[in-house]
Design a protein around this ligand. Structure first.
Ligand SMILES: NC(=O)C1=CN([C@@H]2O[C@H](COP(=O)(O)OP(=O)(O)OC[C@H]3O[C@@H](n4cnc5c(N)ncnc54)[C@H](O)[C@@H]3O)[C@@H](O)[C@H]2O)[C@H](O)CC1
Ligand SMILES: [K+]
Length: 231
């Protein structure tokens, strides 16, 4: 049976609906999404095996998920380092950043140096609102991720992939194929081209909302915020 996916327009509409009709705040959604990302990281490799996690964050909510994930990773026993070169204007991002600074989680401007010292990378650069060519300062970062041998967990999308059409045919993300992906709420069409381990998170969707958008709520077990599925 084909995996049911939702395109970028439906994903944005779902987000809106959760915050209007659903009465969620964006804070809640990002908190639960980020917690799911941290749980997926723990499942992939616990802190005893891979303490140093580089969390790369972009200017939107995909970056917000990364900021939240880093806070949970700190409490799980990891040593996250943040690369966050272009902070979005929303005060939510500043709050999430301050929370990390209070935990003495370092922020670096030198992505390449940080990458060389990392055991894993979390790609929270772009999610379902990415479009077009990658703009500065991210092309060199995406290229480094594409060339790196360090394992990567991508949040919602491998950054620079077209949400509907998958990996770009040229540019910095041309050969970017992360080893793991966590899709939030529902997989996006790009998962058709993804070859690694695949998790779903975002445990805040009611059955009837999922039906309306044409996807399935995955079989979350117990207190888990994630489900691993076959790709
Ligand atoms: N319901 C859910 O599933 C939830 C998902 N969440 C996460 O939020 C992202 C989507 O967040 P959004 O703020 O809409 O956008 P992005 O983070 O994907 O990126 C927008 C950001 O990036 C800039 N940008 C776009 N294209 C480019 C480009 N070519 N070059 C450079 N910069 C670009 C744009 O200007 C914006 O600043 C979703 O994927 C999930 O990860 C939430 O957690 C809430 C619940
Ligand atoms: K991403």
């Amino acid at each position: 049976m084909a995996l049911k996916t939702i395109g970028p327009k439906a994903a944005a509409a779902l987000d809106e609906e959760l915050m209007s009709t659903g009465s969620f705040s964006v804070y809640q959604l990002i908190e639960l999404a980020g917690l799911a990302v941290a749980q997926a990281m723990f499942k992939l490799s616990p802190p005893s095996q891979s303490p140093n996690i580089l969390v790369a964050c972009g200017p939107g909510n995909n970056g917000g998920d990364g900021l939240v994930a880093a806070r949970h990773l700190h409490y799980f026993g990891y040593k996250p380092t943040m690369y966050y070169p272009k902070q979005g204007k929303n005060e939510l991002y500043q709050r999430l950043r301050t929370q990390l600074e209070q935990l003495k989680v370092p922020f670096t401007d030198d992505f390449h140096a940080a990458l060389s010292k990392s055991d894993w990378v979390i790609d929270g650069i772009f999610g379902f609102s990415f479009s077009g060519e990658v703009r500065e300062p991210f092309p060199a970062v995406i290229k480094a991720l594409a060339e790196s041998k360090i394992p990567i967990l991508a949040v919602d999308a491998p950054s620079s992939w077209n949400i509907e059409e998958g990996p770009p045919s040229d540019g910095p993300g041309k050969d970017y194929q992360p080893g793991a992906l966590i899709s939030l709420t529902a997989p996006k069409p790009l998962v058709k081209w993804f070859k690694g381990r695949h998790f779903i998170g975002g445990r805040f969707i009611a059955q009837e909302v999922a039906e309306k958008y044409g996807f399935d709520v995955p079989p979350y077990q117990g207190s888990d915020q994630i489900v691993e599925i076959d790709t």
